[in-house]
Design a protein around this ligand. Structure first.
Ligand SMILES: Cc1cc2nc3c(=O)[nH]c(=O)nc-3n(C[C@H](O)[C@H](O)[C@H](O)COP(=O)(O)OP(=O)(O)OC[C@H]3O[C@@H](n4cnc5c(N)ncnc54)[C@H](O)[C@@H]3O)c2cc1C
Length: 502
């Protein structure tokens, strides 16, 4: 029987990077367990995973989804929280916008007690993950596993051109390179699917590593809990193809993502003691921070019908141009982002003004001791008055921009729109609370930070406080969110942790 040096739970953005990097040492035996199916070649990947946002069906690849449901606000109907359940995890189903966190984000992380995560320390790892096809300089990587590119102005469809022009006319600066520190305004998104193929960790990291004798990847392997010998993580109990197995390993790295990682820690006895006791889970460690401080980028979608003969964009990404700006009265640079595009099937224009640095936080709690039952997710979007203020401003801005001449030729009547509530702050707040939705960037449920703050779960190298042989590396350990879609940041963190874990 093989004995594993490292057992990794979850093959997503972080788990994919770690499995590939740690197995570079041929003497190190790595086991990667993934709850969803494994596809062992690029050709075997279903087309919605392979092409993602370049296919009509790939608008949200719900064929490989955990199917979570959540409370957005007390006034909103339950919302779906998509998460990839497949080799590559959410990197296999995401929208491939490859924006980095900004230097101010990492200044915040340092201020929260994470001095190893200053901008100067993370930039080399942002460079390491990418091969930028448009910019070659000290800010961009040129030989990493993930190709990153932008659609040029000549390629943009009519709606993206109209959006770009409207933003420039409104006074926002051009931002041709959104990953360059200090930039703001409107410009082409860096995408890790510029050539149509979505470069998930399944493709970019795991595929080239599959031939290694020391890397074992097992799909349909649902980890139920981490097993301990005293305070040392010694392995896991898992359901593999439906059958129970116990697997031991020298160390365990939990990469289940912002929802499954705190869930698995709690199921293994690490979490808020009273909550664990309420479910008769023996308490290994009382950690009140597990499942606390859930962050996201909250949004409220606006929708208009477009001209029925508007050409459907089924082969290129429908988000090619983005707008970032700082809200009025905000101390947070680039705290807002707007996603904009025409849905390739439904003939609707959708605009998603989104807070990239929200002050409201949520919670995650178990409802069952069965790993297959999702935890209760309560996002608490827009609970903070400054979040509502910024969202009101953003909605008014987007409606004004879509009302400009460049859209008159193809935009028809509104479908989801605040109507008269637009002109009244309390009524607009109510509309916001009813239409609150996820920005798909859940994080910070097992935060990294100093042990003394009482709520941090892992140290700056991802090691779980109070245990031996157990690390968490994924979106759950972000001390707080970054002002960008978080995939590139999770990959960057995993690359850095891999160097340490080697
Ligand atoms: C629809 C959507 C669109 C998005 N768009 C973007 C975007 O455009 N740009 C961007 O930067 N970010 C985007 N994101 C977010 C980004 O993809 C994620 O934040 C990131 O991939 C999270 O990485 P992770 O490693 O933390 O978790 P994941 O990538 O989710 O990986 C977790 C893995 O663990 C596995 N797992 C969970 N529980 C168990 C268990 N019990 N046993 C075994 N395996 C388990 C899961 O199946 C999964 O494979 C999007 C996300 C979604 C869902």
């Amino acid at each position: 029987m093989t004995s594993y040096d490292t057992l990794i739970i979850g093959s997503g953005s972080a788990g994919g990077v770690l499995a590939a990097r740690l197995s570079e040492d041929p003497t190190h035996q790595v086991l990667l367990l993934e709850a969803g199916p494994d596809y062992t070649s690029a050709e075997a990947l279903p087309s919605d995973l392979r092409y993602g946002f370049g296919t009509p069906s790939g608008i949200l690849s719900l064929t490989h989804d955990w199917g979570y449901s959540a409370t957005a606000t007390p006034a909103a109907p339950p919302i779906a929280i998509p998460r990839g359940r497949v080799i590559g995890g959410s990197s296999s189903v995401n929208a491939t916008i490859f924006l980095r966190g900004i230097p101010d984000d990492f200044a915040r992380w340092v201020a929260l007690g994470n001095d190893r995560w200053a901008w100067e320390s993370v930039l080399p790892y942002y460079r390491k993950i990418e091969k930028d096809q448009d910019f070659q300089d000290d800010f961009h990587g040129s030989d990493g596993p993930i190709p990153v590119g932008r659609y040029g102005e000549a390629d943009w469809p009519e709606d993206q051109r109209a959006w770009y022009a409207a933003c420039l006319d409104a006074g926002y600066p051009e931002s041709p390179d959104m990953n360059r520190p200090g930039t703001t305004g409107v410009g082409p998104y860096p995408l890790n699917s510029r050539g149509r193929v979505r470069h998930s960790t399944a493709l970019a990291y795991l595929l080239p590593a599959r031939g290694r004798a020391n890397l074992t990847i097992r799909g349909n392997a649902v980890v139920q809990r981490i097993c301990f010998a005293g305070s040392r993580a010694a392995g896991v109990e898992a359901l593999i193809d439906g059958a129970a197995e116990e697997i031991s390993a020298g160390r365990v790295i939990l990469c289940g993502g912002a929802i499954a990682s705190p869930q698995l820690l709690m199921l293994s006895g690490i979490g808020p003691a009273e909550h664990l006791r309420s479910l008769d889970i023996p308490v290994l460690l009382d950690r009140p921070g597990v499942g606390d401080g859930l962050r996201d980028h909250p949004t409220t979608g606006l929708l208009w019908r477009v001209r029925s003969d508007f050409p459907a964009n089924t082969t290129a990404h429908f988000h090619q141009v983005g707008l970032r700006y700082s809200a009025a009265g905000s101390d947070f640079f680039n705290d807002m982002i707007v996603y904009f595009g025409v849905h390739p099937v439904e003939q609707t224009l959708f605009v998603r003004p989104t807070i990239n640095y929200a002050l409201s936080t949520g919670t995650l709690r178990l409802t069952s001791t069965d790993v297959r039952v999702q935890p209760a997710l309560n996002y608490g979007y827009y609970a903070h008055p400054f979040d509502r203020q910024r969202q009101r401003e953003a909605i008014r801005l987007c409606i004004k921009l879509v009302g400009t001449d460049g859209f008159a030729g193809f935009v028809r009547e509104p479908i989801q729109h605040p109507g008269q509530a637009l002109h009244d702050d309390p009524a607009l707040d109510h509309w916001i609370l009813r239409h609150a939705d996820t920005g798909h960037h859940s994080s910070s449920t097992c935060r990294m930070g100093p042990e003394a703050d009482g709520l941090s779960v892992v140290d700056q190298r991802g090691k779980v406080y109070g245990t031996e042989g157990l690390w968490v590396v994924d979106a759950s350990i972000l001390p707080e969110t970054v002002r960008a879609n978080i995939n590139a940041t999770v990959l960057m963190m995993a690359e850095r942790m891999a160097d340490w874990l080697k």
